[in-house]
Write a protein that binds this ligand. Structure first.
Ligand SMILES: Nc1nc2c(c(=O)[nH]1)N[C@H]1C(S)=C(S)[C@@H](COP(=O)(O)OP(=O)(O)OC[C@H]3O[C@@H](n4cnc5c(=O)[nH]c(N)nc54)[C@H](O)[C@@H]3O)O[C@H]1N2
Ligand SMILES: Nc1nc2c(c(=O)[nH]1)N[C@H]1C(S)=C(S)[C@@H](COP(=O)(O)OP(=O)(O)OC[C@H]3O[C@@H](n4cnc5c(=O)[nH]c(N)nc54)[C@H](O)[C@@H]3O)O[C@H]1N2
Ligand code: SF4
Ligand SMILES: [Mo]
Length: 736
């Protein structure tokens, strides 16, 4: 398959027409895309009251393939009753993610009881009764509550509140597998866990660092902003072990010139080894210091302990930096020179930074590098974690974390006369491990695919099978509905955001809260998420206590509560009347005053871990292709990387020669926790030698449960593997 030479472009436009046909006509799809709802897909979260496809600076039409994919999936017909009779659970377990998603929309509560062979439909009343009876029979800490980022603030707030009043803090969201390191790293450094800037700041920057991310494929409309920066003569430095096509050249579909000729994105493209960023970031800082380009006044006035931090940089040897990053001194000097001359610099990053056992250290090092030249706490510069799901940030803001922020905890207790649990809640991986030990009895998932997104797939399946009951609130099927099933598994069909009967709100990665109007239901059967949650809460706890759960079916009531208890969310109380979307107060830093105990930036020093892997091993990253959204695979091919299938491993030709491997050869891939047999080698020039790339979720069997101790995020990109020709090691017993 030929590799594209640019990202975006005509491919994206052609795709719109194809998808339009699948959705029952272009006009129907256009109307759905333009409705006043926040985009359901990525955390740029465009749309809302300005209408779909409009971003925070009013630019239109900003649409991308992923948003179309998600919309068309929601516009599918219903899964027919025969489906459940035709396919046993054993057969569903073998369905691909694509087949699961394309089976249709869930419209009926479904129940699987172990031993039954198939799921069977049940009435909503029976579903509610079963769940409430089970919850009433269990100690609260025997349950856990997992949230994907796709739901609304209202649903997230309500469910976490119910879980806590029920009695547990085992409440967490997919952030633990995503940007938790950004939250922890930023909060420790500047006292606030999200982006320090707004989109407009990015548009005015003259240098953007893009570290460990592939927004051309994963946050496509961010590319419009990068295009503006390049057109104005600004620079983009990409730090990524893989040369990603769309980061070199991107054709912005809404811009005729860019569409025809493409826009060059990266001014400088640097390829460290996987896991080499910490060394590289410190190298850039050391060079800035040696050049005398540090902003010593900012360091002295607005940072604590800058002397210790500078001394740490000065003690590091260049030898260590160069060996552990895999980047040459010349390249580091070049990056530093560009940084030193830039006036407004934005640092952005994604999973290449957070999916490591030293993810928090990486984020702290980025923040320190920015602080070193005074790039935090003023307009047109700052820190920008490029978040994952649409509204994953909002879910966290409104309390979907094991430990509530102190202000939220106190206000909930005092305003609502509640007594909330103070036990230590489990993070996502800890829940999986506790379940595996048989300590948890019930799981409740508001969206997501906990089975598919976990490291050590086999372990994940075993853990979930230990549960007595699992409850899923889902829109469509995914592999988690066919694998790792609890003794009793219930799937409750819910409405998508743009089908909600009442307005809901979502928060973008720029801390901007949008209002989604909802819209007409497409199918009979699914209920609104808040309706389902309020009903289960009411059936379990009754309405005589501190909360009148039945009344909480009203999203306006939930927003009143959010406005009262979540700092910065005061304006949400009247948002459905005023239609006034808003920036969350206290999150954007245009002046250098930070909510840390001293009001200053905290700078951290770190030990740099050695590069992983031995002589004949490779470092492996598990990543997305443009044709998937997380565990949902829409297309087998990866058009940007020119790869036609997913059961492959991408290895540099030099490594292939060194390891005696050839193009399309079948191999076995060993890590210390798993083995994959029969995948094909693809020689891939664009990856830094010594490193390899595989697709998630297929490669999850190879990823260990080893997590960053500070963020509890597994090292999805820090896997060490041996690759051998298939059959060369007959002693290996494990089979995938
Ligand atoms: N199309 C599409 N869009 C998505 C998603 C999707 O699945 N599909 N998922 C959404 C979600 S939840 C998320 S979190 C985001 C994820 O967005 P990204 O973080 O962009 O996605 P990934 O594919 O996980 O990997 C990111 C990049 O990190 C690089 N990388 C790997 N290891 C390292 C390293 O050690 N250092 C550096 N510097 N780079 C490294 C890889 O080469 C790859 O380009 O996207 C969101 N948007
Ligand atoms: N090896 C490896 N593993 C990884 C990663 C990696 O890069 N490598 N990335 C990690 C990351 S960044 C993340 S975020 C996780 C993803 O983890 P998850 O969020 O758990 O997974 P998703 O695949 O996004 O979940 C998609 C499902 O959500 C449901 N859904 C969609 N919309 C709605 C809605 O409106 N309401 C409800 N109730 N349900 C809905 C649908 O059933 C759909 O199948 O995976 C992590 N796992
Ligand atoms: S870039 Fe993200 S928010 Fe914007 S249309 Fe695409 S998926 Fe939606
Ligand atoms: Mo994510």
């Amino acid at each position: 398959m030929r590799k594209l030479t640019s990202g975006g472009g005509w491919q994206a436009i052609k795709y719109t027409f194809t998808k339009g046909r699948q959705a029952g006509g272009i006009w129907k799809l256009w109307k759905a895309m333009r409705s006043k709802n926040a985009c359901k897909t990525c955390a740029l979260g465009m749309g809302g009251q300005s209408g779909g496809m409009v971003n925070e600076v009013g630019s239109f039409p900003e649409v991308c393939k992923k948003s179309l994919q998600a919309m068309v999936a929601d516009m599918q017909g219903a899964i027919q009753p025969e489906f459940w009779k035709t396919y046993s659970v054993a057969q569903l377990a073998k369905f691909t993610p694509y087949q699961m998603e394309h089976s249709g929309r869930l419209v009926q509560p479904m129940l699987y009881e172990r031993g039954a062979g198939n799921y069977r439909p049940i009435e909503w009343e029976e579903a509610f009764r079963r769940i409430a009876d089970k919850l009433k029979s269990l100690p609260a800490d025997d349950t856990f509550w997992y949230f994907s980022g796709r739901s609304s603030n209202e649903a997230g707030f309500l469910l976490q509140l119910f879980a806590r009043i029920y009695g547990t803090n085992n409440v967490n969201n997919c952030s633990y597998y995503c940007h938790q390191a950004s939250g922890v790293g930023l909060a420790s450094t500047i006292g606030s866990g999200t982006a320090t800037l707004v989109l407009e700041d990015v548009e005015h920057a003259d240098l953007v660092f893009l570290i460990g991310g592939n927004p051309a494929s994963n946050h496509p409309r961010l590319m419009s902003s990068l295009k503006h920066i390049r057109r104005r003569g600004g620079e983009v430095i990409v730090i990524n072990p893989v040369i990603e096509t769309g980061l070199v050249n991107f054709r912005v579909p809404s811009d005729p010139i860019s569409l025809l000729f493409g826009t060059k994105i990266a001014t400088q493209y640097v390829q460290p080894h996987i896991g080499g960023d910490l060394a590289l970031l410190k190298g850039i800082a050391k060079q800035i210091d040696e050049m005398g380009a540090a902003d010593l006044q900012f360091l002295a006035e607005h940072c604590d302990d800058s002397e210790t931090w500078l001394a740490h940089l000065r003690e590091l040897t260049w030898d260590e930096i160069l060996t552990k990053s895999g980047v040459s001194r010349e390249q580091i000097n070049d990056i530093a020179a560009r940084y030193a001359k830039a006036k407004n610099v934005v640092f952005s990053w994604t999973m290449g930074i957070t999916h490591h056992a030293h993810g928090v250290d990486n984020v702290q090092a980025i923040a320190a590098l920015a602080a070193m030249r005074g790039m935090i706490g003023r307009p047109h510069a700052g820190l920008m974690p490029i978040r994952g799901h649409s509204n994953v940030q909002g879910i966290g803001s409104v309390g979907v974390t094991p430990q509530l922020k102190r202000a939220i905890f106190e206000r909930l207790e005092s305003n609502f006369k509640l007594q909330l649990p103070t036990s230590v809640g489990l993070d996502t991986l800890a829940c999986m491990e506790a379940a595996h030990r048989g300590e948890l009895k019930l799981g409740f998932c508001l969206g997501g695919n906990l089975y598919g997104s976990n490291p050590e797939q086999k372990f994940a399946g075993e853990a979930l099978e230990q549960l007595e009951m699992m409850v899923f609130l889902s829109t469509t099927l995914n592999t988690g509905h066919g694998n790792g099933l609890a003794k009793e598994t219930l799937i409750l069909p819910v409405l998508a955001r743009d089908e909600e009967p009442q307005p809901t709100t979502q928060e973008s990665m720029f801390n901007y809260v949008r209002l989604s109007d909802g819209g007409p239901r497409r199918l009979q059967g699914p209920l609104s998420e808040v309706e389902v949650i309020a009903r289960i809460a009411s059936d379990t706890l009754g309405d005589a206590g501190a909360m009148d759960w039945k009344s909480m079916q009203d999203t306006g009531k939930i927003r009143d509560a959010i406005a009262q208890v979540v700092p910065g969310f005061e304006q949400i109380e009247t948002i459905d009347q005023t239609k006034q979307e808003f920036q969350i107060a206290g999150r954007t830093f245009h002046t250098p005053i930070f909510p840390t105990p001293t009001g200053k930036v905290q700078l951290f020093t770190h030990e740099i871990p050695p590069l992983k892997g031995g002589e004949n091993q490779l470092r492996l990253m598990t990543v997305r292709s443009e044709g998937q959204f997380n565990t949902v695979v829409y297309e087998e091919e990866d058009i940007y990387r020119g790869i036609d299938r997913r059961d492959v491993i991408l290895i540099h030709p030099d490594d292939c020669r060194r390891l005696g491997l050839a193009q399309d050869q079948k191999v076995e891939i060993h890590s210390d926790v798993g083995l994959i047999r029969g995948f094909l080698v693809r020689e891939y020039e664009d990856i830094r030698p010594g490193n390899a790339l595989m697709y998630y979720p297929e490669a999850n069997v190879l990823v260990a449960r080893r997590a960053d101790p500070k963020s509890k995020t597994p090292a999805f990109k820090g896997v060490v593997i041996d690759v051998r020709p298939l059959g060369s090691d007959s002693s290996a017993a494990a089979v995938v």
